[in-house]
Every structure is written in C-alpha cells, then in structure tokens.
Design a binder for this molecule. Sequence first.
Ligand code: BGC
Length: 727
Amino acid sequence: MSPDPRIEALLSQMTVEEKVGQLGVFADMVRPFAPDVNPETNMRNANEILEHVRAGRIGALFNGVGAAEGRATQRVAVEESRLGIPLLFGADVIHGMRTVFPIPLGEAASFEPELAYRTARATALEATAAGIHWTYAPMIDIARDQRWGRVAESAGEDVLLSCIFAAARVRGFQGERLDAPDSLLATPKHFVAYGAVTAGLDYNYVDISEQTLRDVHLPPFAAALNAGAMTIMTAFNDINGVPASANRRLLTDLLRDEWKFTGVVVSDYTSDMELIAHGYAADARDATKLAFLAGLDMSMQSGFYAEHLPDLIESGEIPMAALDTAVRRVLSLKAAAGLFDNPYRSLDPEKEAGTEHLPAHTELSRDAGRRSIVLLKNDGGLLPLRKSGQKIALIGPCAQDRSNLEGCWTLFGDKSRYVDLETGLRDALETADGLSVVPGCGFEHAIDGGIEAAVRAAQAADVVLLAIGEPQYYSGEAQSRVQIVLPEVQQALAEAIAQTGTPVAIILRTGRALALTGAVRDAQAILATWFLGTQTGPAIADVIFGDYNPSARLPISFPHDSGQQPFFYNHPRTGRPELPNTTEFKTRWRECSNNALFPFGHGLSYTSFAYTAPVLSTHRLAWDDTLVISARVTNTGDRTGEEVVQLYIHDRVASRVRPVRELKAFRKILLRPGQTADVMFTLDRHMLAFTGPDGQFSAEPGIFDLWVTPSSSSGRPVEFELLPGSA
Ligand code: BGC
C-alpha cells in the first residue's frame, strides 16, 4: 500500500505521547451506557476523558451512544487538540441497535446469509445514525461446547456455516464504501479459538492442535478478512500456553506475514492487562511490551499502552518504527472510514432522530425472527394451530415476559418496542378469548399455586403452548453452565402439564443447545425460538399459526445429556465406532446414545420433502476438475415450504483422521406443493483439503462419501474418487 501523505505528515509531527494516544480505546464516559462496568479501569468522568482528548491522548472511545454528544466530543478532538485527529467511536452492536434482531446463533439457523447481510446493514444504519463508527462484531468463534455462554453470539459449531455468516455480516455492517456515513467498521472477534475454552468455561485455557486451529477456528477469520474487515479483536484465552493478546505467532507471523492483514489488531477489554493474571507478564510494563511486540496495535481500556509505551520507546526496548507502524494502521483506518475528510460523519442528531424507529426494520426483525425458528419436532402435525375454534393455554415463564426477549449483548435496544409472546399471539388470533395465559412458574423460582393454576388451564384447553427456557442472563460473557438443562422448576411444570394429557407444543427460548429430557423432550411439538429480539411475539405467532412455514435448521447439535459436551456432528472418527446392535467396547456412553437428540442441520417444515439419490457428473474426479452434483428435491406435502439442501462429504482414508461428515455446501430453496427442483452443487479438490500432519493444506486422492441430505445425520452416501494429480 502506498503511504498516505496526510498520514505521513501527521506522523512526522506527532509526539510519542500523541502517537501512543492513537493506540488507546477507552470507555466513553461522555455518553456512557454503563459506567459501572469495570469501574476499576474506567476514567472517572466526562471531564477527564475530554481533557485527554484535548491533549491528543485518546484515539477512540467505545460504548457511548448519541449523535449530539458524539459531535461535541469530536469537536474537542478536531478543534481543540493540537493535531486535530478525529476520534473513532466504537461499540458492541452485536445483533441490532435500537431494533433488535435474533441472536447470531438464531439467525445462523436460518441458513440464509442474505438475511444476516440485511440485518447487519439495518444495524449499521441505526448504529451510525447514533454516532457509532465501529462495531465489535461479528463474533465468529466456533462453538462446539454448549456449556460456553457465548455460543449465543456465534454461528454455531460448523466451519462452513460460520465462514459464510462471518462474511455476510462483515459486508452488511460495512456496506459498499467504508467512508459512507452509514458504514459501520466490522471487527471479527475473538482471535482466536476463544470458543475452544476447556470445558466451556469462559476465559479458560485452550490446548489445541495446530490442525484444529487451522481447519476449524481460523477459517471464519480468513473469511471475515476476505470480506473486507479492517480490524480484528484478540481473545482473552491463551493458546497452548501463550495468551492470544501477546501471541506473536498468531498476531504477526500468521496475520501479517501469512495472511497479509494490513488493518488494526485491537485487544479485548483489558486483555493486555490480563497477561499479568495469566502469569505471562510480570507487571504492567512487561505486559505492554509483550503485547505490543507480539503485534497488538490497540489497547482497550487498561490504559497500559498510555502508561508504559513512552518509557519503552525511550529505553529502546520498543523501536520507534514499530510504534509508527501501529499508529499508521490506526490512522489509515480512520482515513478509510472517511474521518479525515469529514470528522462529523455519522454524527448528525437529525438523522439520529429520523432513524429512531424505522418500520422497515421492525418488519425485518419479524422476518428474521420467524426465519430463525427451528421446528424440532411436530408429532401428528400438532402445529400449526388454527386462529379460531381452538382453546389454547399459553403457559410458562416466557408467556408474558418482557425482560428476556432481546438476548445477551443488547446494549442499546429500544425496549419500548419489544413485543412479547402473549401480545404476538393475541394479535394473530381471530378470537382472542380462546387464549388463557398462566405463567406457572418463574424462570428459576416457583410461584405459589403456579403449577396448579397451569394444570387447570391445560385441562380446560385443547392445546398447550408451553413457553419455557433459559433466561437471557444464562448466555453471554462469563455465563458458562455445568448442566445445559432447563431450570428445575420449569421441568417440573412441564411434567405436571404432560400429566393432563392435553397436547403440548414447547416454545423453547434458549441461547445454546439444551439437553431436553422427560416431558419436554416427549412433547408432541418443539420449536427452538432462541432470543428473537424486538418482534419476538409476532415472529413466533407467524410460525405457530402457519403464516410462516418454518424453514430454519439447527446450527448446533442438541445432545441427549450435558455430559456429552463438547458435542458436534463433524467430530473425527474413532477406532471403535458404535455399530448397529453392538455397543460394548465401542465409542459410547453408558447412559445414552452418542447420536444427537436433534442433529446439526435438522429442522422440520409444515410440508415434507423427498430427495432422490444425488447424480454426479463423474465418479472419478480428476485432480484439477470440478464435480457437478445434482439432487432432485420434491415438495411432497400440501404447503409451500423452504428446504435447506445440505451437501456433506467424508474422506474415507487420509493421512490424518477425518471427521465423520463435513458440510461443504447448502442451498435454501422454496417449493410449492408438488414442485420439484434439481439442486446443483459443485465440488473441487480445494473443498476437500485439510491440514495434514506436515502442516500442508491440501486434499489427498482417494475415495470420498458424499451425501445430499436434509440434516447431518440422514441420507445414504454415494461415493466418488479423487484421482491423483500428474506429478
Ligand atoms: C468482550 C468483547 C467486547 C468487549 C467490549 C469484552 O468483555 O469479550 O466481546 O467487545 O468486552 O465491550
């Protein structure tokens, strides 16, 4: 990249203190949303922040909101600081701003990257209108252990799905041009393998093979950077003993040298400071030196860079050229965002007021919500329900709840617009007097006489909608669970309702896969409804009454039991696989099957689909050739519906043990009753590649199984052979 003369001119005038200032991002105390978060490291008040901005000692602020105050702060930077370098305003805008969309895990269930693009674009419009330039999203950690609370922020357990959603979200946030007033800079996080924390315990250590790192956890980051992300956030965890925030091999050798990343690496919240708690750095000065020399450009919130970099430069322990490189990256980011041309971009109070409530975004929230709902089970076609002539009992702590609609990591949602489940159902019903509503219990506590009242309502009804699940504070940062089950009181409620014999449809609110048992597992119907955001009630009502035919598929496997974690469909083969009718001395648990209760990719529709065996253009794929696969899918039911057609492969013999199946492509198609489509896929050897024992990423010739199926555990394979290349 040729040097930008404006940036070089600035650099030549900057003092060390001003340079270091550009590398610090601090909580915005001028327009704070939660000033009590980690007050230990917060600057005390707005005046202190403004004084630092005036002195050129702060380059970016985060998690403040509001165009007018943002503009006033920007004016201090631009007009009152010596060099007038504009501030960059960052924030955690994860799945919506004022309008809240489904949690990322839920949205991934749609298997519609275009949907993620649209919600990210809408989020960018609202966030930039509220004075934010830079989001700390998408979170693209692969989540294979459902005990981990941050599964909710991810796209789940699969590599391909995560890559595709990562790229869609980056494009959606950033739009066509980074300097447009509605472009929100994306920050894929957390680099890297944060989802692999041992035992699903947040912040825990990560001991991982190079191959798993490369084949599972790194690809979504490569996809996000290829889609144009210019910043990346490091993870809290260590990787094989070296904390991610001071990991030179990852931040420099891989990111810069191998991947040629030219953007900015920012720490997670005080993750440079945490090098001390890790026992990796002796003190603050040591932590600063280790993090910076490893390749961490910006320090979030600890203040370590501001405090210790000048001295480290002075002593020669850190070369000035290295400092200049980091500052150049930050200034280039600001330039790319158009801030040098217009420091007041995205800081227009009128625009903010006009963006406060956009009906199109409310509609999008509803559409995204219903497209995220997975119909896990529907025995006897219990769902959809009729809008009249049926007595419905809506029971459970989620029935009227308004405090657990948005899901974790929603800092700025407009709560006044949230629509709860009861309201959504009532609005959809033709005669609302057919609906009785009883909470039965709280999320975690019993209500006096609650179960008795719920049982009476169930007895008097034709059908029960049992709205249960996790409260939203079970998900998100630092919210790991030992048992991924429903709280006891809710399980007890479900058991009591089941005793009435009235058919039950479970409406399951959750931020992770749960191990469903007893009356919940055995209910006639189950809908996984995640946390859907602003339009929760209407989105669920659309599915309950069949105005929308459910089309989402699981982005994570639902196990039988918590003890199966980490549990994911694409696990490596073992030497003793379980066989039909032979379980002893096989890979199995004593207490339950090692299949999923509901596998990755699973989801039902109100119609049904039939697949023919896939037809391959050849069964002998030449090394440089492309295989064309075609499968015929027919809607055999009586409703229009969408099907997610999934292509999996399995490499039979390789120099490294390969997963039992891997998703390689998918297509979502819409079919009218009786309609047939030929769904085409292409495959080449690059899609069959993996990191071998020698570290080489390549495919190996040999036989592969291939499935075109509706889920990761169904279908019959056909085989093809990848022929060797000419030497
Ligand atoms: C989280 C990040 C987040 C940051 C800033 C951290 O605690 O791990 O995901 O972006 O805080 O709020």
